[in-house]
Design a protein around this ligand. Structure first.
Ligand code: SAM
Length: 211
């Protein structure tokens, strides 16, 4: 996702701590207090501009969503969306997914979404893929037993790689679609990338994998 440099982004995120939680590690084990309820927490890793998380939160008011995004210049658009929708069940974290174990206690997150993750096609960059085994370790550490990852992409190579990575990890594939938009799956909320690539005619791949 190539975005213009936005030197003001960091400050804007810091100035909106209700939506963009600062020092998130301080809330480890106590995220229900941040939301003011005990509803399940679903996170999206690499949330981008937040279209998915915002749409999901509107569709499912009894679930709390947290969008995690490394790039401040990107997540600042997700913040703008939230300032407009004013949804009480979405928070944003401008952090690297590698920090997940510092931020969430074991079993504190009920589901992990990965949408259109960067494919890192070169073998020497395999460790950066968000479905590489070291990232699976991190997700496993914050999910309950049999917790699920829901993954969508238009990138066939990354999809095949991820199915193998999940299987090698001992995960169970509960759902696989090679053409989500022409499947019987209901309630799909499109991400920005999904909208862009499906408009070009690319099929969307989707799977649900359980630990
Ligand atoms: N999910 C959005 C969508 O489908 O439209 C954005 C997809 S974009 C290709 C991938 C996003 O993941 C980028 O914004 C990138 O900054 C973010 N990302 C990549 N690695 C990350 C990491 N380790 N931690 C947090 N975010 C990450």
């Amino acid at each position: 996702m190539r975005q213009r440099y936005k030197p003001w982004a960091k400050e804007k995120l810091q100035n909106n701590p209700y939506f963009c939680i600062q020092e998130p590690a301080k809330h480890k084990g106590a995220w229900s207090e941040v939301f003011g309820n005990d509803n399940p927490i679903h996170i999206e890793v690499g949330t981008g501009k937040g279209q998915f998380i915002n749409g999901m939160a509107q569709q499912n008011p009894d679930i709390n969503y947290i969008g995690i995004e490394l790039a401040d210049r990107v997540i600042v658009t997700a913040l703008d969306r939230l300032l407009e929708s004013n949804l009480p069940n979405v928070k944003l974290l401008n952090v690297n997914a590698m920090e997940l174990p510092d931020i969430f206690a074991e079993g504190e997150v009920s589901r992990v979404y990965l949408n259109f993750s960067d494919p890192w096609p070169k073998t020497r960059h395999e460790k950066r893929r968000l479905t590489y085994k070291t990232f699976l370790d991190l997700y496993k550490g914050i999910l309950p037993e049999h917790g699920e990852i829901h993954f969508k992409t238009d990138n066939r190579g990354l999809f095949e790689y991820s199915l193998v990575s999940f299987s090698h990890y001992g995960m169970k594939l509960n759902y696989v679609s090679l053409d989500l938009h022409n499947s019987d799956f209901e309630g799909n909320v499109m991400t920005e990338y999904e909208q862009k690539f499906s408009a070009k005619g690319n099929p969307i791949y989707r799977c649900e994998a359980a630990f």
